[in-house]
Design a protein around this ligand. Sequence first.
Ligand code: NAG
Ligand code: NAG
Length: 153
Amino acid sequence: MAGKTLVVACALFLGMCFITNGAPNEVTHAFCKIVWLLGIPCDEVNIAIVTQLKAMGSYKLGSVTAALIQATHNSAVGQVESVNFTMIPTAMGLGCHVEGSSVSAFWYSLFDNGTNYCNLHNVIQGSGLTKAPGFAEFTNEWLCLGFGLSACK
Ligand SMILES: *[C@@H]1O[C@H](CO)[C@@H](O)[C@H](O)[C@H]1NC(C)=O
Ligand SMILES: *[C@@H]1O[C@H](CO)[C@@H](O)[C@H](O)[C@H]1NC(C)=O
């Protein structure tokens, strides 16, 4: 009986069921994913992001490779978020596809007023990459909780 009820619940809340089965963390932790496209090579993007993370006091740089930059961010209220920037070269290495991901460590920050969005956006903004040729940012409320509410400082 319990199994049947679950199937019905999934049918009614298909989106929720998908999220719950696919990535449990994303239900209990606030998160944000952003995709950026830039018309400059990934190694330039990598250097700009690392330089910016080092310059911003609230970030602690973790492991850095050509493809992945990991860091943590301390927001003012003593919360910690884990932040990743994943770089994938586009056609012939002339451009770079960057995926930013920020996840809060604690469930109570589920409604984070855009903290996770700003964690990612502020780095790219501060690094000057928003002025790179062909720059574009893609996200929405499904990928990025609180995106609509965010007012990054
Ligand atoms: C960052 O990448 C690591 C290694 O792939 C992964 O374990 C971690 O969950 C990622 N963190 C975020 C915030 O996406
Ligand atoms: C979000 O913003 C509201 C209004 O400014 C504030 O009361 C609330 O504490 C904030 N929530 C978080 C998690 O920062």
